[in-house]
Design a protein around this ligand. Structure first.
Ligand SMILES: [Zn+2]
Length: 185
């Protein structure tokens, strides 16, 4: 669709909220106003995601506690998935649970093998309020589950157990950004 505007082109990157920020730990609110402000938020989210070289971003990661996420993410067949979802919910998961590398823009530089279903279906609406159903497999299914977790106040490290969890949290505590994140609390 070459005539369509590239997402994020008119947006401005906003500061990312990091592990320890309370906005990341609380469930987000439903969007009720489908207005220009929502479109600007989505544009800023794309701009922020691209600037940080991420594949997905939830609104609370830039401090806005609303149920919105954006993505530009490949699946395991290298197909590109690009879009946004408002008021999404995980409508279903299927396939085997696979432990694969996962990171998050709110824990920069850290990655851990995280268990996720190989298939995911997410339902929500777009910025006009029209219903949207997105189906993903492989890495894109992982992304969809990761972003849905954010909107419930969750992080991928919450899904880790034992040594993997301790290792990831230790790395986060020692990360160069940890002091900055602690200062923001
Ligand atoms: Zn994340």
């Amino acid at each position: 669709m070459p005539s369509r505007t590239i997402p994020g082109r008119t947006g401005h990157p906003r500061p990312l909220r990091l592990l320890g920020d309370p906005v990341l730990a609380a469930p987000c609110r439903e969007v009720t106003s489908f207005d220009g402000e929502l479109s600007r938020l989505i544009e800023d989210m794309f701009a922020t995601m691209y600037a940080a070289r991420g594949v997905g971003l939830a609104a609370n990661q830039i401090g806005v506690p609303l149920r919105v996420f954006v993505y530009d993410c490949p699946d395991d067949e290298d197909r590109r998935h690009l879009g946004h979802l408002i008021n999404p919910h995980l409508a279903g998961t299927d396939g085997p649970v696979i432990r694969g590398p996962e990171g998050c823009l709110s824990l920069p530089g850290i990655e851990a093998g995280t268990p996720r279903h190989d298939e995911a279906v997410v339902e929500g609406v777009d910025r006009t309020g029209a219903p949207v159903r997105v189906t993903g497999t492989g890495f894109f299914a992982r992304c969809l589950q990761h972003e849905c977790d954010h909107l419930e106040g969750g992080l991928y490290v919450d899904r880790l157990t034992g040594l993997r969890r301790r290792r990831a949290l230790r790395a986060a505590a020692r990360a160069p950004w940890a002091k900055e994140a602690a200062g923001a609390r």
